[in-house]
Design a protein around this ligand. Structure first.
Ligand SMILES: [Fe+2]
Length: 216
């Protein structure tokens, strides 16, 4: 199976992230997390490869249906596990960030127009991050009206909004902080996450229409 993936031009390749020296999130955690991410890339490729074998004769036989169905159901978990980790690592700033954005920053303005103020947006995002369970807090932008909204994603796949653009992505699975904090100390990890946000990357993700309406 691996030889097929190695030669498959459509197979995903794990990205390398130049990320270290964060505030409150150790390099040891990051290294472990990069390895977990690579596992999602590998499993996404494995699933695609196995599903391709089921359908290459142009049909799904009745006896193949249970296995085919289970593999297909897993796609959302593995794909989102791969993609969300890429968003997460990309929105962290190597060497540590500078905390909250200034009031005039493009993201702060976008949060204000959607939530009334950056502080209210942050209270919602942090509140979602503290929700019990395993998953993600994600700030999305609706590409139709540029409005920001925050969402809880269970595991990797339940709660993502189709077509919405991920702007800020925070992993709150325990593996994201367990080497640095106790399981009950998720709020400390969330504080560390905020001190490491790469706001330049976050603002790059805001749509062009948003940039225009913010006068950028
Ligand atoms: Fe993770």
């Amino acid at each position: 199976m691996s030889s097929r993936i190695d030669t498959n031009p459509t197979a995903y390749k794990a990205r390398q992230f130049n990320l270290s020296g964060l505030n409150g999130i150790s390099d040891e955690t990051l290294e472990m997390h990069f390895k977990l991410y690579e596992g999602y890339v590998k499993e996404t490729n494995n699933l695609n490869d196995r599903i391709t074998k089921f359908i290459e004769d142009g049909k799904v036989d009745q006896e193949e249906m249970p296995a085919y169905s289970e593999l297909t159901r897993r796609l959302g978990f593995e794909y989102n596990g791969m993609v969300l980790h890429e968003y997460y690592f990309d929105n962290l700033k190597s060497g540590g960030g500078t905390g909250d954005p200034t009031q005039t920053a493009q993201f702060a303005k976008a949060a204000e127009s959607s939530f009334g103020s950056y502080e209210i947006w942050k209270a919602d995002f942090v509140g979602i991050g503290k929700m019990r369970g395993v998953g993600w807090a994600i700030c999305y932008q609706n590409p139709v009206n540029q409005r920001l909204s925050n969402h809880w994603i269970t595991l990797h796949e339940t709660g993502n909004i189709a077509g919405f653009r991920p702007i800020l992505v925070m992993d709150v699975w325990e593996h994201a902080y367990l080497l640095d904090y106790k399981p009950a100390e998720r709020p400390k990890y969330i504080g560390a996450f905020f001190s490491n946000i790469d706001w330049t990357m976050v603002e790059k993700r805001l749509g062009n229409d948003q940039a225009k309406s913010a006068g950028a």
